[in-house]
Design a protein. Structure first.
Length: 263
């Protein structure tokens, strides 16, 4: 295995990058690299209002370094990235910009790991664009406009109301478009079957306050082999719900699946 986990740790070098999407949106990104020349990389795609500079994302990124170099970025409308958030629609182009950037840097195997909104984007991206070696969906929704929990009702209020968008802009540094979706993007559960033969891992906590476990089951059941479902006892939502122990499990899954997919 090229990037074996039992090798001595190399220093991690953090490189800042400015990516540009196919529709012209600049994205703030950071690439964690080791001294070793590696051809495998992992992209982390945050949830809505999340940032690649957050402590949870940084911890996950560093924990996945044995798999390959790790690229993190902020979706459009978030923090120092340009544009406005469409809450999971046009963001598919953001993830493609990240994957394409890594391809241009010489990485031949790229895995995507998405959280919440980023999980929905990762599933849609793998189905529409392909070109990845493994996909992990953590705490992702299976369908759009879900309002079955209090947290999601509050999120919809924030996204669809002018007061809510103002709060997100000033308190969370997230700029959300005031335009409704004109063309409804494919739901994750509708396209999960198109990811195969790329391996898909669906991870969800049974203490998630945003989406119940049924969303994870719907994505997993719609997918084709190779697929796997982890329902994690006590896990909460997205990046904040990922413990060091779960990061190790994700690392080990990626090490095995990415290597196998490379053939």
């Amino acid at each position: 295995m090229t990037d074996a986990i039992d090798r001595p740790k190399s220093p991690i070098h953090l490189q800042r990058h400015r990516l540009v999407t196919s529709d012209g949106v600049p994205l703030d990104a950071a690439l964690r690299r080791s001294d070793a020349h590696r051809t495998t990389a992992v992209v982390l795609a945050n949830g809505f209002t999340g940032t690649h500079n957050g402590s949870d994302t940084r911890a996950i990124a560093e924990g996945l370094m044995p798999v390959g170099d790790v690229l993190t970025f902020d979706f459009r409308g978030h923090f120092d990235s340009g544009g406005r958030s469409t809450v999971g629609n046009a963001e598919i182009h953001d993830l493609e910009a990240a994957v394409a950037h890594l391809r241009g840097q010489g990485y031949t195997s790229v895995a995507t790991v998405g959280f919440s909104m980023g999980a929905a984007v990762a599933v849609r991206h793998a189905a529409a664009f392909g070109g990845v070696s493994a996909v992990v969906s953590v705490s992702g929704p299976s369908r759009w406009y879900y309002r079955g929990t209090r947290r999601m009702r509050l999120l919809h209020f924030g996204v669809h109301g002018s007061l809510g968008r103002a709060f997100l802009r000033y308190a969370r540094k997230v700029r959300v478009t005031d335009q409704e979706w004109t063309d409804l993007p494919a739901e994750p559960r509708a396209v999960a079957g198109d990811i195969a033969p790329v391996p898909l891992l669906v991870v969800h906590g049974d203490a998630d306050a945003y989406f119940p476990v049924s969303h994870a089951v719907a994505i997993h059941d719609a997918a084709r082999e190779p697929r796997e479902l982890w329902v994690v006892p006590g896990m909460k939502h997205a990046e904040r719900g990922v413990t060091p122990e779960l990061t190790i499990r994700l690392r080990d899954w990626l090490l095995t699946r990415v290597t196998a997919h490379q053939g």
